[in-house]
Ligand binder design. Structure first.
Ligand code: PGA
Length: 265
């Protein structure tokens, strides 16, 4: 695992954008797996800025969404589709035919999920999967207990995950969804590279468990310890409880400024 600790969220986002731009320079038709949530927002802002400054071009980039609430259509303001439109898709030159999202209103969920997996394979697999981490260690909506062999599927949400989204749905006078469609852990592990982002002290405990604790389905993100090309970008507060923090900083000092050696082909 390549663990990077940045002084703040802005520095983290800029560096994450640099990693993606570096990959795009090598592979202009990059396949990106996109996470939603608060954590990657700064990264998407940096990518939009880079696009405006002509440091990246999205015309050949393909994107796959990581998850979506069941029952929400893509125009629902709290759907992840809306989130992506608002924060990235409408602001760069991504082609609509290169955007692939899970459909929270799919009639036949099983076949929809299977077709989604087939599309990922057809595009040559995901080059970089961007991930956040939930307070309970989930990645995507793979809640604790999810099998490391899980594929794209319907997942029942834990109460803690629903609570994290409650305020947004409450503000709209709606019930928080009880289920979601998500790429599975095995699907995520097939990405060629993983870029895991975590910020803020509230994530410090679960980050420590996921990166340094035992690999266990109780902490779904711990499965990333098995992946050969993981980049973990943390801000200072999220790194607070890491037991090997001094060693990670030592490694960083010896290897910085870094050229990322991503597995792209
Ligand atoms: P957050 O969500 O980025 O909004 O903290 C992360 C997650 O729950 O996966």
């Amino acid at each position: 695992m390549n663990i990077f600790i940045f002084k703040d969220q802005q520095e983290l986002a800029q560096e994450a954008a640099r990693l993606i731009i570096e990959a795009w320079e090598k592979k202009p038709d990059l396949v990106l797996g996109l996470a939603s949530g608060r954590t990657p927002l700064n990264l998407y802002n940096c990518l939009v800025q880079a696009y405006q400054e002509k440091r990246i071009d999205f015309s050949r980039i393909r994107v796959f969404g990581l998850d979506e609430f069941k029952g929400l259509n893509h125009d629902h303001p709290l759907s992840f589709a809306s989130y992506f439109k608002e924060n990235l898709f409408n602001l760069v030159n991504l082609r609509p035919e290169n955007i692939f999202l899970l459909d929270g209103q799919a009639k036949n969920i099983e076949s929809h999920c299977q077709a989604y997996e087939a599309l990922i394979t057809q595009m040559g697999g995901i080059d970089i999967q961007i991930l956040g981490i939930g307070l309970n260690g989930h990645i995507g909506f793979n809640e604790p207990g999810s099998s490391f062999g899980s594929r794209t599927r319907l997942q029942i949400l834990t109460e803690e995950t629903r609570a994290a989204h409650l305020a947004y749905f409450q503000a709209m006078g709606e019930e928080t969804p009880v289920m979601a469609l998500t790429m599975g852990l095995a699907t995520i592990l097939e990405a060629k590279n993983i870029l895991l982002l975590a910020t803020g002290e509230e994530k410090a405990q679960i980050v420590q468990e996921a990166l340094e604790g035992p690999v266990t389905t109780s902490v779904p993100a711990s499965c990333l310890q098995w992946h050969p090309s993981v980049y973990v970008f943390l801000d200072e507060p999220a790194s607070t409880f890491l037991k090997r923090k001094a060693f990670y900083l030592h490694c960083l000092k010896l290897t910085w400024p870094k050229k990322y050696s991503l597995r792209l082909f």
